[in-house]
Design a binder for this molecule. Structure first.
Ligand SMILES: Nc1ncnc2c1ncn2[C@@H]1O[C@H](COP(=O)(O)OP(=O)(O)OP(=O)(O)O)[C@@H](O)[C@H]1O
Ligand SMILES: [Mg+2]
Length: 292
């Protein structure tokens, strides 16, 4: 069965991830300074609040007042109402306080949680948590426990600052959270020209199809990050042309029934986007050769 999804709140992103984030999953947004990580977090939380669930914003960097001001400047005037009614909760921490929070306070907080299991939790940025611990195995332990606890009550987004060489995503503070997360979204800019120089790419999404395309996006006040999906980047339904079907029927005749069924099933999953550099006939030929 297909994995259940929740809308990300970022226009254009859900189409690149087969409907959005996986339910009760941990999603990482990684990008350099100013790529729009905090903006994406606002969009994610706002979507949940509009749908009636709760939002928790764990901030390790900016203060609650600063963040509320930024959200308002970006066109989210109604944010204060959610804060006043306590549907949106801010938790301010520094990296080292945060360790204590994860190990001592968070388990109680989750244990006593009376809200939905549909809450949205944002940790922005996650990077200082990793710096607060020296040993790599401890970093993994802390993050793993943070993710396990938070996903119990909802859907999680954590942001990571990209500190390493542009585009390689190998900074030591990024590796562990990227492995542990269910999905990773990479925001970057190439700095060429005047517009459309920001780029978004889905690096991984567990148990789900996702686009492999790199798509331009803009940050638009009132809307936030909006992705301009390049042609063919959304999920395609199977669109095998007639002549390919006829070719397959002909070629499969020489194979035993089991192999024929196996190949038909594989071809059923194919679409123009996913086959990448292959063409259908070439790919079918290679599959058939596996059974010769
Ligand atoms: N009120 C606004 N009007 C127009 N553009 C804005 C506004 N607020 C933010 N932006 C755009 O969004 C960009 C960065 O947004 P954001 O704070 O989400 O990035 P970030 O990735 O969280 O950065 P950092 O790593 O510094 O936390 C700004 O550099 C600016 O281009
Ligand atoms: Mg930020």
């Amino acid at each position: 069965m297909a994995v259940e999804k929740v809308r990300s709140g970022i226009p254009g992103l859900d189409n690149l991830m087969d409907g959005g984030f996986n339910k009760n999953s941990v999603n990482i947004i990684i990008g350099a300074a100013g790529t729009g990580k905090t903006t994406a977090v606002f969009q994610f939380l706002r979507k949940g609040l509009e749908e009636g669930s709760e939002g928790i914003y764990i901030t390790l960097d900016e203060t609650k007042d600063q963040l509320i001001r930024e959200a308002i400047n970006l066109g989210w005037e109604g944010i204060q109402d959610y804060v006043d009614s306590e549907r949106l909760i801010f938790m301010e921490a520094t990296g080292s306080d945060f360790l204590d929070f994860i190990e001592n306070e968070l388990p109680d907080l989750i244990g006593n949680w009376e809200g939905s299991t549909d809450a949205r939790i944002a940790i922005d940025p996650l990077t200082p948590v990793i710096w607060a611990v020296k040993e790599i195995y401890r970093q993994r332990e802390i993050l793993s426990s943070l993710f396990k606890l938070t996903r119990k009550i909802g859907h999680v987004v954590g942001t990571l600052e990209e500190h390493n060489t542009f585009g390689t995503l190998t900074g030591s503070e990024s590796i562990i959270p990227m492995y542990l997360a269910d999905s990773v979204i990479y925001l970057s800019y190439i700095g060429l020209g005047f517009s459309l120089n920001r780029m978004l790419r889905v690096i991984k999404c567990r148990s789900s199809w996702h686009s492999e395309a790199t798509n331009p996006y803009n940050i638009i006040p009132g809307s936030g990050i909006v992705i301009h999906a390049i042609e063919g980047s959304g999920k395609k339904v199977s669109d095998i042309p007639e002549d390919v079907n006829a070719y397959m029927d002909q070629e499969l005749l020489s194979l035993p029934l089991e192999a024929r069924n196996r190949i038909r099933e594989a071809v059923h999953h194919m679409n123009n986007t996913d086959i990448g550099i292959f063409n259908y006939k070439e790919l079918i030929r290679l599959l058939i050769d596996e059974y010769k």
